[in-house]
Design a binder for this molecule. Structure first.
Ligand SMILES: Nc1nc2c(c(=O)[nH]1)N[C@H]1C(S)=C(S)[C@@H](COP(=O)(O)OP(=O)(O)OC[C@H]3O[C@@H](n4cnc5c(=O)[nH]c(N)nc54)[C@H](O)[C@@H]3O)O[C@H]1N2
Ligand SMILES: Nc1nc2c(c(=O)[nH]1)N[C@H]1C(S)=C(S)[C@@H](COP(=O)(O)OP(=O)(O)OC[C@H]3O[C@@H](n4cnc5c(=O)[nH]c(N)nc54)[C@H](O)[C@@H]3O)O[C@H]1N2
Ligand SMILES: [Mo]
Length: 839
């Protein structure tokens, strides 16, 4: 049956209920440009979404060399045809008239157009100068979670073996560094244990600081479909805001931000006190339980209730649900990773699963989520503070193995210290030891904390800044060289979502002007630098996406993220495939640790672990004595208060985050009219009681200030917990319509004007969720209301007080729920992967 739905007004579309252990029905969502009938589409080109970590598989509709729409892929295991609002509409940004079409270089203070030869020559000559004068440590690379696997791998090889610098990190540091770290602490190695299919089998789903309805809307559709089917799961939601999952939860805990560890310790206390412990699992697969048990002995719900400011009885109810779950699925995201004691808290979620033996079975899994679409690849390929293939920088045999793959000597591959993390990269640039910073696919002048500081670092004369982007972003405006990149839909490559599913994204249309794929740019730079291996042959031996993928496969061979069984051909036409995929798992692997813990042994592990308070790295001897047999490590952590706590001047807590309709700094979503209109400007959320206390109302123009800076926006009064303010971080200064940047006339609206330069000691992920802030009225509303959606966590506390968010006919998408109507994407075959039948 085909239905047309306004997917701005109704973001999750219609329900296709499914019962427990039943397959999720197909529903194919399609949105085509007005006036284009499906029959007119000339080609459907296979890809997946790059606007979150879900990996929603889709086809791009092409007509006369243009993108004219998208359609979900019925046969894919991840989404079975469904698309979220950003998936449906954001592709329009590709054809935006303000795409960069030529390189730019700074001349007499201004950026002027030039050809590729000039731009690349400027970069290579600066590189050579710096290498000669200051050595490899003067060059840094700051990349992203939004390029393709082939691109990261190339960048990692050229940076680590070509230049020999330790200064390569991704904006994934701001995003999923804690996910990686939590997995390393517990399992000795990165790699997502669970699978999205666990949603179909779980009887309890616990969400920790994860607004899945807005940030992975398609997996929320899957949960909604289970909630409407037989034997629905019970949800436990830990989030200080009234998110959609919170509204549907059996127990919603809305803690004071920054207190996740206290809450989790109390949950563990209750589970151990009531002996809902899988002792056999613990004995077979873990070390460290006794320490945990003694650490949480005093952590009663009453104790945590005082710290977290949630009722003790509610903590008890949550513990009861988690403790009696038959198959527990937990997800963790930024409410933990960007909050206080990030790694310590994320590790306690792993502990819940180990203590309850909830791992490696359908429905029993933990998803330490990713955020960005290709963040997994940044991590695997070694562009995010790790060595490629999850190799351990402290293990000389791993470094030697990497040197063998690259045919270089081990010594020049930096491994004298952990790879430099992003916050430290910017610190080195501030201090002057880094003199060249190459930024690809990220917009730090909006997304890093404390923007006044970031702008002043990037503006320095002595720092040579290269920015590789689609648009003249806030960051690009501060660059010395700007390189125009081709993006999704204009280039080919692969990427991996949060549950290890690898998708292929094929080129559908030509990039604008002279824009070039990131891979071509990195290859051109490497060729000009003439990087060589130890026998004098070119260091980089590949020349296009597929040959780069084949090279990566050799690097991944035998490692946890083994891709050797995947080919472009195998990915074409079928479903995405979950790594590891090799000779003995040719269809991929649904879940890790089905058969015990496999990558924690001292000889193979990616990390020897760190102290959860100081972040100090353990060495091999310490690790070997704690975990000689390579089991999962149960690491306890005590609660510590957040660093910045409210004062008289700054009486609120401030958390920043996301809304459903926008992606990050909006370079794409602001250029899609349906998405832009749904949330066109920044706003500030405050609770009913705080608004009443300060005599503030919906739509009042307010200022939020912290010791770093201030921003202004209109107030939305919501069901958020009292004492907490929330601001979306999407709104920078670059106005796509007016075309102006951060000049004196633009009122400050970026959340990161206010955030603090501080990070988790273990994962080094910056804190975006806990700051102390003040709130004051600037101007009474005169009929205005906050530009915030009504469909989300930002809904007004009193329904009906502001106009509902709708998209109108421009936001219509069709939903086909019968396989026969799906058309050429085909509902047949694929989809099930290695998975089903095993329940
Ligand atoms: N629509 C949309 N989707 C996206 C993105 C996007 O920009 N827009 N970005 C993608 C990326 S890169 C990422 S990383 C993910 C992020 O996805 P999420 O982590 O789901 O999104 P956030 O809004 O950053 O934070 C989630 C929740 O954390 C809660 N929170 C804040 N502080 C605390 C705390 O101390 N404890 C607890 N328990 N909760 C707290 C907030 O109330 C918020 O609702 O989304 C991905 N998907
Ligand atoms: N206050 C606050 N700040 C935050 C967060 C928060 O919750 N609160 N969340 C943090 C998190 S989790 C994240 S992931 C970051 C995101 O922060 P950023 O990564 O800075 O945000 P984006 O807007 O996604 O920037 C990506 C840039 O890459 C460009 N781009 C897109 N595709 C391509 C491509 O194919 N090639 C190239 N070369 N460029 C491309 C886009 O135009 C855009 O300028 O923000 C972080 N900052
Ligand atoms: Mo992220």
């Amino acid at each position: 049956m085909d239905a047309s739905v306004d997917r701005i007004a109704w973001p999750w579309g219609s329900r296709t209920p499914h019962g427990r252990h039943e397959p999720w029905p197909v529903r194919v969502d399609t949105h085509l440009e007005a006036g284009v009938e499906p029959a007119r589409v000339q080609r459907w080109v296979q890809t997946a979404s790059i606007l979150h970590s879900d990996g929603d598989a889709m086809d791009i509709a092409v007509l006369d060399g243009r993108m004219v729409g998208v359609r979900g892929r019925a046969g894919d295991r991840v989404n079975r045809g469904r698309l979220g609002p950003k998936d449906l509409f954001a592709w329009q940004a590709n054809a935006s008239p303000d795409r960069l079409t030529t390189p730019l270089i700074r001349q007499d203070g201004r950026l002027v157009a030039c050809d590729w030869d000039t731009a690349l020559e400027r970069i290579t000559s600066r590189t050579r100068e710096l290498l000669a004068d200051r050595g490899p440590g003067s060059i840094g690379f700051y990349t992203t979670g939004q390029l393709f696997l082939e691109e990261y791998y190339t960048l990692a090889v050229l940076a680590r073996a070509g230049i020999g610098t330790n200064h390569l990190d991704g904006n994934t540091r701001l995003c999923t560094a804690t996910a990686a770290e939590a997995l390393k602490e517990t399992f000795g190695c990165d790699g997502q244990p669970g699978s999205y299919d666990d949603i179909d089998h779980a009887d309890v789903i616990a969400l920790f600081g994860h607004n899945i309805a807005e940030t992975q809307p398609v997996q929320w559709m899957r949960i909604l479909d289970r909630l409407e089917g037989t034997d629905p799961p019970r949800l436990v939601c830990v989030d200080p805001r009234p998110t959609q999952p919170a509204r549907r939860a059996a127990v919603h805990l809305a803690p004071r931000v920054g207190t996740n560890v206290a809450l989790l310790d109390a949950l563990l206390h209750e589970i151990i006190r009531t002996d809902r412990v899988d002792h056999d699992y613990l004995a077979a697969h873990t070390v460290g339980f006794d320490e945990l048990a003694s650490r949480v002995k005093e952590c009663t719900p009453e104790w945590a209730a005082r710290i977290c400011d949630v009722p003790a009885a509610r903590i008890g109810e949550a513990a009861e649900i988690i403790g009696t779950a038959d198959r527990l699925l937990s997800t963790v995201l930024q409410g933990v990773y960007q909050s206080h004691q990030a790694t310590a808290a994320a590790v306690q979620v792993n502990n819940l699963h180990l203590v309850r033996g909830m791992l490696g079975r359908p429905g029993a899994g933990v998803l330490q989520m990713n955020g960005q679409p290709t963040a997994q690849n940044t991590r695997e390929c070694g562009a995010d503070g790790d060595l490629p293939g999850f190799r351990n920088w402290q293990n000389d045999s791993h470094v030697a193995d990497l040197a063998r793959v690259w045919n270089v000597e081990p010594r020049p591959i930096p491994h004298y210290a952990p790879p430099t993390h992003a916050m430290q990269l910017f610190r080195y640039a501030e201090q002057g030891s880094i003199r060249m910073l190459w930024i690809s696919g990220t917009n730090p002048a909006v997304s890093l904390p404390e923007l006044t500081r970031i702008r002043s670092i990037l503006e320095q004369d002595r720092l040579f800044v290269v920015v590789q982007d689609l648009f003249l972003t806030e960051t690009a405006q501060l660059a010395d060289v700007v390189l125009p990149a081709a993006t999704w839909g204009e280039k080919t490559g692969t990427f991996t979502n949060a549950d290890r599913t690898v998708h292929l994204s094929d080129k559908a249309v030509e990039p604008p002007g002279e824009a070039r794929p990131d891979l071509d740019i990195f290859l051109a730079y490497a060729a000009r630098m003439d990087f060589r291996d130890k026998d004098g042959a070119p260091l980089i031996t590949w020349h296009d996406p597929e040959s780069a993928f084949e090279a990566w496969k050799r690097c991944s061979a035998g490692r946890p993220c083994d891709y050797t069984g995947i080919t472009y051909d195998k990915l074409r036409g079928a479903s995405g495939i979950q790594w590891p995929c090799h000779e003995s798992a040719p269809d991929g692997t649904a879940r890790l640790y089905t058969d015990g813990i496999s990558w924690a042994h001292p000889d193979v592990c990616e990390s020897y672990g760190k102290d959860l308070v100081t972040g100090a790295a353990d060495d091999v001897a310490e690790y070997r004595s704690r975990n000689p047999d390579g089991k999962a490590v149960i690491k306890a952590a005590g609660y510590l208060p957040p660093h910045e706590i409210p004062t008289e001047e700054y009486p609120f807590q401030l958390a920043t985050g996301r809304t459903l309709y926008h992606f990050h700094t909006r370079t794409k979503t602001a250029r899609a009219p349906q998405l832009d209109a749904a949330a066109p400007d920044v706003w500030v959320e405050a609770s009913v009681s705080d608004a009443a206390l300060l005599d503030l109302g919906e739509g009042d123009l307010v200022e939020v200030s912290t010791p770093r800076g201030a921003l202004r926006g209109r107030l939305r009064v919501t069901g958020i917990r009292p004492g907490l303010l929330f601001v979306p971080f999407h709104y920078g200064y670059w106005d796509t319509k007016a075309g102006h940047g951060p000049d004196g006339n633009t009122p400050p609206r970026a959340a990161n004007e206010t955030t603090v330069t501080d990070w988790d000691p273990v994962s080094k992920q910056p804190l975006f969720k806990t700051a102390a802030a003040g709130l004051r009225l600037l101007e009474r509303a005169d009929g205005e209301h906050a530009p915030a959606p009504t469909t989300t966590a930002s809904a007004p506390a009193r329904a009906g007080t502001v106009p509902a968010t709708t998209g109108g006919t421009a936001a219509f998408a069709t939903e086909a729920t019968e396989a026969t109507e799906v058309g050429e994407a085909g509902a047949a075959g694929g989809g099930d992967g290695p998975e089903e039948g095993a329940v």
